[in-house]
Design a protein around this ligand. Structure first.
Ligand code: 5AD
Ligand code: SF4
Length: 453
């Protein structure tokens, strides 16, 4: 969501005539778009704000802005903390950047604050997409769930869905511009449309996108187990463009802890959803989020999380150490877990998950996958990468036969914990092997040409 917001800030800056630079020393505007979901994210931003202070003495016209969740949370306290800041812009005020910068250039005020919450936040603003074939598409904003550890509902406000026609229009335009893969964004995509109270829901949106030519893959995040219905799983299974990667944050394997987190489901219900997903999409790639060290998490409760991990067998888990957020109920709960114990649990969790991730990736060895080429890896120009429909990253030595954005076939030679290594299939080789691809073609074919997974 933050990346998508950044694209809307960048678009507005471009509209004003600013061009990007990698070098802060050369910048006339520095905009820090922030997250505050965990304290570490906040600390990083505070460090950066301090780091940029000296630039103001060298360039007195430099505009320093803080935007996003942390701006919304801190409001004008940020000016007290860092008087050298110029703009603080909250999560509902993205569209005001152009006017605020113009005012600032005219030196209207020294500190400008724009953090009021609005009902309609989906304003059309110039957007500079950072990628050429993949696009973020916000479908809703805010969250009504109030999980007791989470600051998001306080900084993003209540759930507001974006009109379906507007979303479809944007995706149609993206398809015309050559975008192949879109990711629908929302804090809780499964409750999309419920605020319209006219029967529109997430499934209806998926079916509507299915008809748009040119789009090959539809991703979405994030799902909430309480609002994900069996009918939605049917829709995901039926829509051929919707990938079978399902990110379904469980947070904990203890029903008692889930209750204290105010998650609104039991582990039994969660596992029923997983069984249904596996039944409808046997090759679905399942990932999750887990928090360790939530207040009152006993060793037995933590063991329940490890057991759940072993039963569900996720392809990957994003794991987080519980971080108390001021203003959330969990921050003042009894039995906060000491930091060193939280770190130990995180390590134990990672050990269990890594073994499972590795096993899945080793299983992919010897099979062929459809990949959209993303380009060179960060550290090595000669190695390129792309992702499968299941969102697995494959790296190969670039042989010059494919370009960024191409949809190609890659043969997996080696599965590792986080990544797969492979080689691009030459077209003749590819044709010889290719089989009729099913809707969620994880493995396109095996090395003997048979269908796998
Ligand atoms: N501490 C640790 N992790 C958190 N998350 C959200 N709030 C906190 C917190 N206070 C995690 C959840 C969520 C993911 C985006 O961040 O697992 O799913
Ligand atoms: Fe935070 Fe819970 Fe909303 Fe996710 S569903 S954004 S964890 S409050």
């Amino acid at each position: 969501m933050n990346e998508s917001d950044s694209e809307r800030y960048a678009g507005q800056l471009e509209e004003l005539g600013y061009t990007p630079t990698e070098d802060p020393e050369l910048a006339d505007v520095i905009l820090m778009n922030t997250c505050c979901v965990r304290e570490t994210a906040e600390d990083k931003v505070l460090g950066k704000i301090g780091e940029f202070k000296h630039l103001k003495t060298r360039n007195k016209d430099l505009i320093l802005a803080v935007t996003g969740c942390m701006a919304q949370e801190w409001q004008d306290r940020l000016f007290k903390r860092a008087p050298h800041l110029d703009l603080v812009i909250g999560t509902h005020n993205i569209h005001k950047l152009i006017d605020l910068i113009k005012d600032k250039e005219g030196q209207k005020e020294s500190h400008m604050l724009a953090t009021e919450m609005e009902d309609n936040i989906f304003h059309a603003v110039p957007t500079k997409r950072f990628q050429k074939f993949f696009a973020w598409v916000p479908i809703m904003n805010g969250c009504n769930k109030f999980c007791t550890y989470c600051i998001v509902p306080y900084v993003r406000g209540r759930e507001v869905s974006r009109p379906l026609e507007e979303i479809i229009e944007e995706i149609r335009n993206l398809a015309k511009e050559g975008y192949k893969e879109i990711t629908l964004l929302g804090q809780n995509v499964n409750s999309y449309g419920l605020d319209f109270k006219d029967g529109t829901d997430f499934s209806a949106l998926l079916y509507a996108i299915e008809d748009i030519d040119g789009i090959e893959r539809v991703r979405y995040m994030t799902s909430h187990p309480k609002d994900m219905t069996f009918t939605m799983i049917d829709a995901i299974a039926q829509c051929k463009k919707v990938v079978s990667h399902i990110h379904l944050p469980v947070q904990s394997g203890s029903t008692e802890l889930l209750k204290r987190m105010n998650r609104g489901y039991t582990t039994e219900h969660y596992e029923e959803l997983v069984s249904y997903i596996r039944e409808k999409m046997p090759q679905a790639v399942l990932t999750t989020d887990i928090i360790v060290g939530f207040p009152g998490e006993t060793e037995a409760m933590f063991q329940e999380t490890l057991d759940l991990l072993r039963r569900v067998r996720y392809d990957m888990a994003y794991t987080f150490i519980y971080s108390p957020r001021t203003g959330t109920p969990a921050a003042t709960m009894d039995n906060q877990i000491p930091q060193d114990e939280k770190s130990r649990r995180l390590k134990r969790l990672a050990d269990v998950q890594n073994e499972i991730s590795l096993a899945y990736n080793v299983e992919m060895e010897g099979k062929d996958y459809e990949v959209i080429v993303e380009g060179p890896t960060k550290n090595d120009e000669n190695h390129w990468f792309g992702r499968t429909r299941g969102n697995k990253m494959i790296i190969w030595e670039n042989d010059g036969t494919s370009a960024v954005g191409d949809t190609i076939r890659v043969h997996v030679d080696k599965g590792q914990t986080w990544v797969l290594k492979g080689h691009v299939l030459k077209r003749e080789e590819d044709c010889g092997r290719r089989n009729e691809v099913n809707a969620h073609d994880e493995a396109v074919s095996g090395s003997q040409g048979d269908m796998c997974r």
